[in-house]
Design a protein around this ligand. Structure first.
Ligand code: GTP
Ligand code: SPV
Ligand code: MN
Length: 610
């Protein structure tokens, strides 16, 4: 965002100034700096990060104005066990969130925050999630003592003086989410800083009633860039419940058919399960075109015409690096190769570029994310050059296939919602729901193998409702009811059709059955043809699944037997799923919407289980 170069110190907004002063008095930074968003500020910040050893400037020819960072090995992903929803009433945080009494949490954290910015600079980042020109701009102000966070926030959200001016103009009418972040690593006079300051004790805390965020101890990703998961999902989901809209962990894409029909699709897959890749997909079927609107978060509201409109509140991509390459995601490669990006926990090559597992041109030698020598021989032994949750942080505007509608504050009307996860077994390539309530049931029972996007064991199947398990800011039972209510209040003919996909089914050898990536366009085409009443399907106990002939396989190098495997609905596998769903639903007690119990009973009956 363009902004005046002169640093702005302070604000005429009395409430905001008072909060900044109060936090500064508690955390005692050496200085307070207001983030402007100017180019000169970017240079100052990145120079400072290079001097501190946090950033390494990359080769200007390969990655202009871009930087490499390696985090502390203990600070590499979201920490779900340290994430709290501190609602006034414990019941409102529900069975899927950690809870502590908000006053107790504040006392505890004030203790941690006392003097925690000593020796550092506290930055004030005025930001807006979504468009500054929208009817109700969704402001936030993040206070942080991390230059890495400031640099990353400038990529991920619209930040700076322009936003602050709008907050000031609106005065008391300006609602903003106060978001306090500290690394929890004060510096004594003369103490040498480390490259990646952080604290072993971490707290990522949302106060839903106050629409407030307090984060402590981590400098990485969703723990620290508070506009992303903390605001745009956890706090926004609470606002959405109260105001009748939806804040979802979904990509948004624009699909144009060979007949030039335009469809907008939103898709909710858990972290590291393929949103960025689908959002930037290059269709392998002729005549179809995908453009990107967003890769992680969708805010959806009903338009005057009764359709559901989606906006991407973000301004950048914070994408999983490993596996990204010219084949899987050429559009992401083109985006990051334009530069102006930050790469964290990937490998640094000897010629000042970056590399990660799955990228072309394996270097003969590199420095791993742990700062160790790395060679292809190490790779052959299973030593990773890059952390599995290593990421690129890059401006959305650099994406060649960004749909122009991205800039429309009113968003785009959604025709289809996809849910999906990583399942080796059971879940077919694609299933169409019968109606919104059935689709809500599919979402509410969505399951996926855990990934490296959060700390903890990887590959364990868990329920991840609507891909929102770590992001629902209130009782998940109430969240399901909110989904049901959205359907009840709407004109059913105008609601998006809900589909359930699985790109990750495996065969006996452990190989993926479906080729994925660009070939996923075949599934998008089938879904659109279902919406248009053109494609065939078989009715199964779990919903409508394509007949093998109804999937366009022109030019697809795939054994028909493999395709049949991808589409299989095995009643025995689904029967085995039922006790897990029952156990999952039992968690919600009275808060489970009756409609979902009815759906489960129906599924059991269709499987012949009663
Ligand atoms: P978050 O940013 O954590 O929310 O993740 P995401 O949902 O955007 O996932 P992303 O698109 O970054 O993909 C994560 C990993 O899954 C990458 O390593 C991809 O290469 C891989 N992946 C994505 N799509 C497919 C697919 O269709 N098939 C297979 N086999 N892998 C895929
Ligand atoms: C996710 O984990 O879903 C991400 C990365 O998109 S983070 O911003 O760290 O949450
Ligand atoms: Mn995500």
């Amino acid at each position: 965002m363009t902004a005046p170069a002169a640093p702005v110190q302070g604000t005429t907004h009395a409430g905001l100034q008072a909060w900044v002063d109060e936090v500064a008095a508690m955390t005692t930074p050496d200085e307070v700096v207001w983030v402007t968003g100017s180019d000169e500020e970017w240079t100052r910040l990145t120079d400072r990060l290079v001097a501190a050893g946090t950033f390494v400037r990359l080769n200007e020819e390969k990655k202009p104005n871009s930087f490499y960072a390696a985090s502390d090995p203990t600070d590499v992903a979201r920490v779900e066990d340290r994430t709290f929803i501190c609602s006034v009433d414990e019941k409102d945080s529900g069975p899927t969130n950690n809870w502590m009494d908000p006053n107790e949490m504040k006392d505890l954290m004030r203790g941690l925050y006392a003097g925690c910015m000593k020796g550092r600079t506290m930055y004030v980042i005025p930001f807006v999630m979504g468009h500054l020109e929208s009817e109700n701009p969704m402001f936030g102000v993040e206070l942080t003592d991390s230059e890495y966070v400031v640099a990353s926030m400038r990529v991920m959200a619209r930040c700076g003086t322009e936003v602050l001016r709008r907050i000031e103009e609106l005065g008391d009418d300006a609602k903003y989410v106060p978001a306090l972040h500290s690394l929890g690593a004060p510096l004594e006079p003369g103490q040498q800083d480390v490259k990646w300051p952080c604290n072993p004790e971490k707290y990522i805390v949302q106060f839903p009633e106050e629409r407030m965020i307090w984060s402590y101890g981590s400098g990485y990703g969703g723990n620290a860039l508070l506009g992303k998961k903390c605001y745009s999902l956890r706090i926004a989901s609470v606002m959405a419940r109260d105001e009748g809209w939806m804040a979802e962990h979904m990509l948004i894409l624009k699909l144009t058919s060979p007949e030039q029909q335009v469809y907008y699709i939103a898709a909710g897959f858990p972290s590291a399960c393929g949103k960025t890749n689908l959002a930037m997909l290059e269709p392998t079927i002729p005549g179809w075109k995908v453009e990107t609107l967003g890769d992680d978060i969708a805010w959806m509201r009903f338009g005057k015409d009764g359709r559901l409109y989606a906006v991407n509140p973000e301004f950048g991509f914070f994408g999983v690096a490993p596996g990204t390459n010219e084949h899987t995601n050429p559009n992401a490669m083109r985006t990051i190769n334009k530069g102006n990006s930050v790469f964290t926990n990937v490998a640094l090559t000897d010629d000042g570029d970056i590399w990660w597992e799955g990228l072309e041109n394996t270097p003969e030698h590199a420095t791993s994310w742990k700062g160790e020598d790395w060679t292809p021989e190490d790779g052959a032994k299973g030593v990773l050059s890059s952390h599995a949750n290593s990421r690129y942080c890059t401006p959305i505007k650099q994406c060649d296939i960004l749909a122009p509608e991205y800039d429309d504050p009113n968003g785009v009307p959604i025709s289809a919602i996809f849910f999906g996860g990583r399942r080796k077994t059971t879940v077919p390539l694609v299933t169409e729901s019968r109606d919104w309530t059935h689709g809500t049931f599919m979402g509410a029972t969505l399951s996926s193998e855990t990934t490296a996007a959060a700390t903890g064991e990887v590959g364990v199947v868990r329920r991840d409702p609507m891909a929102m398990l770590p992001f629902i800011g209130y009782n998940a039972g109430d969240y399901f009811q909110h989904w049901i209510n959205i359907g009840k209040d709407a004109d059913a003919t105008k609601l998006p059709k809900i589909f359930y996909v699985n790109w990750f089914r495996r065969d006996e050898n452990g190989d993926f059955v479906w080729p994925g990536f660009g070939e996923n366009s075949r599934v998008l085409k089938w879904a659109i043809e279902r919406i248009e009443g053109k494609a065939a399907a078989v009715e199964t106990p779990i919903g409508h699944v394509p007949t093998p002939e109804s999937i366009d396989t022109d030019g697809l190098d795939m054994d028909p037997e493999e395709l049949a495997k991808a589409l299989t609905v095995d009643p025995e596998e689904w029967k085995a799923e039922i006790p897990q769903i029952e156990e999952w639903f039992a968690k919600f007690g009275d808060n489970l919407p009756t409609a979902l119990q009815v759906e489960l009973d129906g599924l059991k009956a269709r499987l012949g289980m009663d």
